[in-house]
Design a binder for this molecule. Structure first.
Ligand code: GLV
Ligand code: GLV
Length: 320
């Protein structure tokens, strides 16, 4: 009989689903995020799970699938929603989607740098509201990227792609920090520094790290205090790396200049979040990888990961 695959979201690109045509595919049909109880109900007896980053995958869920489960594939590069220890203990390989979303996410990160430093949302708002009175020599001025020092915390695939895109803007210095040096840093002339140095020297501080026990709320009251009052903080990784209340206070008090966030806690960010009252904060709805090309490729890779495991082969992109 055909292997059963449960797909947790109704809106997966067809290019990905097409690759599962030899399977019996059951797909969550609601436009609402699948809730935990429904997920547990729907995974019973499946051979593979095609999930997204809003699904929490833990031991309880894996056990609810049953012993015939052979693969989990997440259509994301981040896997902080997956308990990898629980998967390993049960011998379940987990596929993810690195590389195919790197360019799209790096591009969006650069867009956030520009949106914040050149005050794009504020400016566009002023045009609409009529607050734009005249061409004014010292109105709506920002810092710009040219001649700036940029610090990237976590120079991985995406961080490096951001760095490559920033060089042509004429930034003067590129710093990075993290657990260890990245040999590829020399391609972009990035200097490995301590986290404290990165915080105190950078005009732009970019969170490019994965969310894990070491990086949870690593951007907090203490770290915002170490940044320049002109610093701009940009996060396109995971909301959980930021103590969001501390960020709000830092933005409100002028401890730092501005922030650009593609990710928040929670998501969606409630419309009454105080962050949304701040002119110096740009919040986007987790769209880093949201190009047609990247999302198609992510769906295809997730399906290929799952099919490989179902066929007893190594996944093309398996989480170690
Ligand atoms: C998006 O946030 C991803 O992890 O792919
Ligand atoms: C600006 O539009 C200028 O002409 O300097």
């Amino acid at each position: 009989s055909k292997p059963k695959v449960f797909v947790t979201n109704y809106n997966i690109p067809k290019k990905g689903l097409d690759l599962l045509k030899s399977c019996e595919v059951v797909q969550w049909q609601s436009e609402e995020t699948i809730q935990r109880e429904d997920l547990i109900k729907n995974v019973k007896g499946i051979d593979a799970l095609f999930c997204i980053l809003t699904d929490k995958i833990d031991g309880t869920l894996l056990d609810a699938c049953g012993p015939q489960l052979k693969a989990v594939g997440t259509m994301s590069v981040g896997y902080d929603h997956i308990d990898m220890k629980a998967c390993k203990e049960r011998g379940i390989p987990v596929g993810f989607t690195p590389d195919v979303l790197t360019d799209a996410t790096a591009e969006l990160t650069v867009a956030l740098l520009l949106a914040t430093s050149r005050r794009l949302m504020e400016g566009a708002g002023a045009v609409r509201s009529g607050e734009w009175g005249m061409w004014n020599p010292q109105w709506m001025c920002g810092q710009g990227l040219h001649h700036s020092t940029v610090g990237i915390f976590g120079l991985g695939r995406i961080g490096l792609a951001v760095a490559k895109r920033l060089r042509p803007f004429g930034i003067s210095q590129l710093l990075y920090s993290g657990r260890k040096e990245n040999p590829a840093a020399k391609e972009v002339d990035a200097e490995f520094v301590s986290f404290d140095t990165l915080l105190s020297e950078s005009d732009f501080v970019i969170a490019g790290c994965a969310l894990n026990s070491e990086t949870k709320e690593i951007f907090n009251e203490d770290t915002f205090k170490k940044m320049k009052p002109t610093a701009i903080f940009v996060n396109s990784s995971r909301g959980g790396v930021v103590d969001q209340k501390a960020l709000y206070e830092a933005l409100k008090s002028g401890q730092i200049k501005a922030a650009g966030l593609d990710v928040t806690t929670p998501e969606p960010l409630p419309t009454d979040s105080p962050l949304l009252d701040l002119k110096n904060c740009v919040v986007l709805p987790h769209i880093g990888s949201a190009t047609v090309e990247a999302r198609n490729a992510m769906a295809e890779l997730t399906a290929r990961n799952i099919m490989a495991a179902l066929n007893g082969e190594q996944m093309p992109c398996q989480i170690e």
